[in-house]
Design a protein around this ligand. Structure first.
Ligand code: HEM
Length: 405
């Protein structure tokens, strides 16, 4: 008898699939499912010609995110998204951008901040989230149909909350909102992103100086006695502001869009908002793709990832892995979706996740309770869905209407 011949190695995937299916902005790109089911870890050709890896399976994704041999430093990674050649050389993380740091540099920031974002502290904010939510729903009702739900509700509620937490005056929003959006926009030029980042840090630097002179009751003031330099404090402040602005807003807007198309799920949202929100987070996976680079040789799934090779993580594919979640493509707000990777995993797991949870658990049920006849004001296909290569998936506008009583 002969040993069976080893199966030929599959050709590297020529490009990362990015486009969500036409007409269904809630599902991952169609190519990812079959790929994950056959090759949960596969080779990928990057736009600059580098041949690295793509992880789509749940178990492999968790393993990569938990393993310090995969660095988060941007400058070590090749950029996987096609059509954005400007990113062929990624600059290192700007001061205070924790997602682009490795331990021990990362640990220093994380230790200072972790205690500020605990479950307990964030639960204490629930009442304030309820107030801010109610104020915005009142304003929507007073305005009357129709409104853009992003501008009227999904964006301002988390924005007010992150501003209050940090001690950034929401009234200054003209100075930070547009710039924070540019920083996150992968279609903006590297130059424009850099300028926006510098200006945002400049604004935060002014605030930090003011807090040093006259501390107030907020996170930025509380950190002024830490060993962070002014530049680091302004940097981490602008990073937190940015992280708190775009993410939860897109979850509220895209979550509402999904529920408007699937009214049967509403009862489950009201019955157990906490459970429902985890399922929406899993199903929609708005932070869909992660970037890492191996800094040592690592054996994973029977394959050898060599030091220096980039690893792209498709969190949206991992969260739909049938080996982890039964009937994964079904949105089912009654399922137990815990274990999803929408907030990441490992040392970089989202610092703001408890805040985001409180906001989502309050905002979504309150919206549907207040406007039981809420519906899209345009055909679903006319909602401006973000293109697949944006960092954070979502909608930039959601025109809605309702029956006035
Ligand atoms: C990190 C998702 C809301 C602050 C992350 C990561 C993900 C994520 C996937 C890990 C990135 C990586 O591994 O490289 C989300 C989602 C949100 C959300 C889906 C909303 C639903 C927030 C909010 C804040 C925040 C409201 C506000 C403080 C952060 C910070 C990090 C982070 C500071 C970096 C943590 C570190 O590197 O140690 N987030 N996030 N996030 N998030 Fe969030």
């Amino acid at each position: 008898t002969h040993d069976p011949l080893p199966a030929p190695l599959p050709e590297p995937l020529p490009a990362l699939p990015l486009d969500r299916p036409a007409g269904c902005p809630f599902d991952p790109p169609a190519e990812l499912g079959p790929l994950r089911d056959q090759r949960p870890l596969t080779r990928l050709t990057y736009p600059d010609g580098h041949v690295g890896w793509l992880v789509t399976g749940y178990a492999a994704t968790r393993a990569v995110l938990a393993d310090r041999r995969f660095s988060s430093r941007y400058e070590l990674a090749h950029f996987p998204l096609p059509g954005l050649e400007e990113f062929d050389e990624l600059p290192p993380a700007t001061v205070g951008d924790m997602t682009g740091m490795d331990a021990p540099e990362h640990t220093r920031f994380r230790r200072l901040l972790a205690g500020r974002f605990t479950v307990r502290r964030m639960r204490l904010l629930t009442e304030r989230v309820e107030q801010v939510t109610a104020e915005h729903l009142d304003a929507m009702a007073a305005h009357g149909p129709e409104v853009d739900l992003v501008g009227a509700f999904a964006h301002p509620v988390p924005a007010v909350m992150i501003c209050e937490l940090l001690g950034v005056p929401y009234a200054d929003r003209d100075r930070f909102q547009g710039r924070a959006a540019t920083v996150m926009d992968v279609t903006a030029t590297v130059e424009d992103r850099g300028t926006a980042m510098t200006e945002l840090a400049g604004y935060l630097a002014e605030l930090v100086a003011a807090k040093r002179a006259e501390p107030t009751d907020d996170l930025l003031s509380d950190l002024t006695p830490s060993d962070l330099t002014d530049e680091e404090l302004a940097g981490v402040g602008s990073f937190l502001l940015q992280a708190g602005l775009d993410t939860t807003a897109n979850m509220i807007a895209l979550g509402t869009f999904a529920l408007l198309g699937d009214p049967g799920q509403r009862a489950a949202l009201h019955a157990d908002p906490a459970r429902a929100v985890e399922e929406l987070l899993r199903h929609l996976t708005i932070a869909h793709t992660g970037l890492r680079a191996a800094v040592a040789d690592v054996e994973l799934d029977g394959q050898l990832i060599r030091a220096g090779e980039s690893v792209t993580i498709s969190v949206q594919a991992a969260n739909r892995d049938p080996r982890r979640f039964a009937d994964p493509d079904r949105l089912d707000l009654t399922r137990d979706a815990t274990g999803h990777l929408s907030f990441g995993h490992g040392i970089h797991q989202c610092l703001g996740q408890q805040l985001a949870r409180v906001e989502l658990r309050v905002a979504l049920p309150a919206l549907f309770a207040r406007f039981p006849t809420l519906r899209l004001a345009v055909p679903p296909g006319d909602v401006p869905v973000r293109p697949g290569h944006q960092n954070i998936h979502g909608v930039d506008r959601l025109p809605v209407t309702w029956d006035q009583d």
